[in-house]
Structures are given as structure tokens and as C-alpha cells.
Design a protein around this ligand. Structure first.
Ligand SMILES: [Fe+2]
Length: 281
């Protein structure tokens, strides 16, 4: 939003307090797929989700994306993520069925998958997370967007996000995140978005064999995955107090990332920050 518009149409809250969803919905030149939607009915969950009628081109594009990304993961992706890919039984052969991914995820951590139509309004999104339901699209980006798409799609949702949800500590953290976000008001909302960005989407973890990636935004992106561990990126230790005040730029490769020592540190650090803000008991 431009400043003049802000002055003419004041919002009830501080501009800085608007969530990313609200900012997106207010932009004029936005890709319609990036406008958050409100769910009108409960989305289908787990085995209720039918397998879409994917085209041959979709299947070919999945194979291409999966193989390209998997090739770049050795020495880059964290052990937890790689274990998750195996647990989910994702392969290049065919776009996975959400119903099958959900079954495998449920067996690992009790999380299930809800099929959603696109970017969700934040309350719907957080509400699903708080109930251990991961919102996922089931349509794949087109052939002209294989390197980058600004919109949600199932390669990002399935390949980027789902493996970590088979890992117990991370799975518990993400549910806590949903609960805390439902309670957040004012400046705590963008603070939680920053925390989401620097962990769920762009998180790193220090393993015995070096720093590795677990963030979905990096692991599902051709360019971020080679950039994230390069000398061009500054890596700071995970500290929720610092992260919640650190701005990020969604349009460029990230030059600052944060690394966890363990996923238990993520759970504990998040619990203590949210308690200090009165967002969780
Ligand atoms: Fe994401």
C-alpha cells in the first residue's frame, strides 16, 4: 500500500501491525492466486481427499521438479527432512496423493492433511495448524513457473513442508505456532510471521556434520537451495527475541538466516517467547 492511500483510508490499526495476508489482500497489482481466501466449509481431510485428474504434463513437471530438487539435497538438507521424505514415501514417479501422504504423516506424528483451494486467510490457516491439520493445495505450478511461482502449489506444500511434519518435535512446534497465532494481536502478528519465515520457511539447523537446511521455502526452491549455505548468507544463532524483530524481503534471495542447535531448542524457545507475550499458557 502506498503512503497516500494510508492517509486517505486509515485502518483501525497501525500499518506495521497488518499481517502479510492483509497487506497482500490490499495490493492492487497482486496475482489473484496470492489473495487469501476464507474457507466456506470444512475442507476435506485425509482419505476424504480425491486424487485429481492430473494431466501428463503435470506428472512430467512433478518428476522434473522432484528429481531436480532431490539431486541438490545431499550435503544441504537436514537429516530430519530427508527422513521425512522417506517416511512419506514420495517418489518422482507420480504426484503423490494427499490421502496417502496424510496416512503416512498421521502414523508418524498424528498430523493429517486438509486440502485447501489456495492461499488461506490467516485465521483459517492458524486454526488448521492448531488442530494438527496441514493445509495443502493439490494443483501443480505450470510449465512456465518451474523455477519460481509466487503462488501456493503442491510442490511447495508437499515437497517443502510435509517431510518436517513427520518429525515429532517440529510437528509439536507447528501446532503450538497455530495456537499462539490464533491468540496474537497487534504487533505480535507480524512478529509471529517473522518467526514463521525464519524457521518453517527459511530455517537452518546445525548438525554434527555441518549446517543444514530444513525450511520449506529453501528446500522447494531451485535458487534458494544452492544459495542458503553459500558465503553470501550470514547465519546467526536461533534466538526468538531477535528473529521477531528482524524484517525480511520476500522478493529476493535471503542474505540472513538463523540456525537452530536442535528442534527441541525450537520448541522450548518458542514456548518461552510466547509465554512472555501471554500467547500460550
Ligand atoms: Fe510455505
Amino acid at each position: 500500500m502506498q503512503e497516500s492511500q494510508t492517509l486517505e483510508t486509515p485502518t483501525p490499526q497501525d500499518e506495521d501491525d497488518r499481517s502479510a495476508y492483509e497487506k497482500a489482500a490490499e495490493q492492487e497489482d497482486i496475482d489473484p492466486r496470492c489473495i487469501p481466501q476464507t474457507l466456506e466449509a470444512a475442507p476435506p481431510v485425509g482419505e476424504e481427499i480425491p486424487y485429481p485428474d492430473y494431466s501428463d504434463e503435470d506428472q512430467k513437471n512433478w518428476r522434473f521438479l522432484f528429481n531436480r530438487q532431490m539431486k541438490m539435497l545431499p550435503g544441504r538438507a537436514g537429516e530430519a527432512f530427508l527422513r521425512g521424505v522417506e517416511i512419506l514415501d514420495m517418489t518422482p514417479d507420480r504426484i503423490p496423493a494427499l490421502a496417502e501422504l496424510s496416512k503416512n504423516m498421521e502414523a508418524a506424528t498424528g498430523w493429517k492433511i486438509a486440502r485447501i483451494p489456495g492461499l488461506l486467510h490467516e485465521k483459517d490457516f492458524f486454526n488448521l495448524l492448531a488442530n494438527r491439520l496441514f493445509p495443502s493445495t493439490d494443483y501443480l505450478r505450470g510449465s512456465d513457473e518451474l523455477d519460481y511461482t509466487p503462488a501456493p502449489d503442491c510442490f511447495h506444500d508437499m515437497f517443502g513442508h510435509m517431510p518436517m511434519l513427520t518429525q515429532p518435535a517440529f510437528a509439536d512446534f507447528y501446532q503450538l505456532f497455530g495456537k499462539a497465532a490464533l491468540n496474537a494481536e497487534g504487533a505480535d502478528r507480524p512478529r509471529l510471521e517473522r518467526l514463521h519465515w525464519f524457521t518453517v520457511e527459511f530455517g537452518l539447523i546445525r548438525q554434527e556434520n555441518g549446517t543444514r537446511i530444513f525450511g520449506a521455502g529453501i528446500l522447494s526452491s531451485k535458487n534458494e537451495v544452492t544459495h542458503a549455505l553459500s558465503d553470501e548468507v550470514t547465519v546467526e544463532p536461533f534466538d526468538p527475541e531477535v528473529i521477531v524483530e528482524t524484517d525480511y524481503d520476500v522478493w529476493h534471495l535471503q542474505d540472513l538466516l538463523f540456525a537452530l542447535d536442535s528442534f527441541e531448542q525450537l520448541v522450548e524457545g518458542f514456548r518461552s517467547w510466547t509465554r512472555s507475550r501471554g500467547l500460550l499458557d
